[in-house]
Design a binder for this molecule. Structure first.
Ligand code: SIN
Length: 274
């Protein structure tokens, strides 16, 4: 097994390994790499849905996503699909999965089954590197702040985005959860500080005048969206990507009109964030 940095800020590429046959010692190395880099990209996997589920199960209990269409016969697996005649993709903006939950999913494991001939890359951003690069004044300003996250504007009945995504999203009536989390999150396992707000699901800074809160969020987003905090994953069929939702953002590019892109995602349960 070979593990090499994908970029300075986030991610590592894992090669020459079959995730279905990892020994306990190899799995421990993979877990350490996940803690160190926040995202892993395994090349050349050949997974059945059962093997995808079994690998996910080694990380923790599976968080059954309530809004993505599920793969037939496999409720653990959410489908990330765009057909050639569909315009809008899923996840086409910076976000981190499930930040609207009280106990957001720890991680997501995405397996590439069908990739367009070009385009359809996914961008990742490292929240620890972005936090570390803030100046001391900003670090002081945000140190004790909390932000409210929500999902109705994405998955709810009235969401124009959900309407455009169509039946690839389900259970609109179950949307509406909100949750409050720290803006600066000490990672639950490593203690490393990172930013925990995202354009997809963060609604507001708690106890701050709305215009001021939105301006602050925008300032943080402008900082995080600098290329120096990113890795661009160029997918190949058989890639398995795994990311930590507490320390990364991701963004699925929608630049492959007329082609099919089909991936399977499993999310792993996490705990409440303090
Ligand atoms: C997602 O946001 O989970 C989907 C990412 C992707 O399709 O690359």
């Amino acid at each position: 097994m070979q593990i090499s940095k994908a970029s300075e800020a986030v991610g590592a590429i894992v090669e020459h390994v079959d995730v279905t046959t990892l020994t306990d010692a190899e799995f421990a190395d993979v877990q350490q790499a996940f803690r160190d880099h926040g995202a892993l990209f395994f090349r050349d996997q050949k997974l059945t849905p059962e093997e995808h589920i079994a690998f996910a199960g080694r990380w923790g209990a599976i968080d059954f996503n309530r809004f993505f269409k599920r793969r037939d016969g496999y409720p653990e697996i959410a489908e990330v699909l765009k057909e050639p005649d569909q315009q809008l993709n899923i996840g086409g903006g910076w976000h981190t999965d499930h930040s609207y939950d009280e106990a957001p999913a720890m991680g997501s494991i995405l397996y590439a089954l069908e990739i367009p001939p070009s385009g359809g890359d996914t961008l990742f951003a490292g929240m620890a590197a972005a936090y570390e690069a803030l100046d001391d004044g900003m670090k002081d300003r945000i140190r004790d702040l909390k932000a409210r996250h929500g999902n109705a504007h994405v998955f709810g009945e009235e969401s124009p985005y959900r309407k455009a995504v169509g039946d690839r999203y389900t259970n609109a009536d179950q949307a509406g959860q909100t949750a409050v989390h720290p803006v600066v999150l000490a990672h639950p396992e490593t203690g490393v500080k990172g930013l925990y707000v995202n354009p997809g699901f963060t609604l507001e800074i708690v106890d701050m005048e709305p215009a001021e809160g939105q301006a602050l969020l925008q300032e943080l987003y402008d900082h995080i969206t600098q290329d120096r905090f990113h890795h661009r994953h160029v997918w190949r069929e058989g890639d398995l990507a795994m990311w930590d939702n507490r320390s990364t953002w991701h963004y699925a590019m929608n630049d492959y009109q007329g082609h099919r892109r089909y991936l399977n995602r499993i999310t792993i349960e996490g705990g409440a964030l303090a």
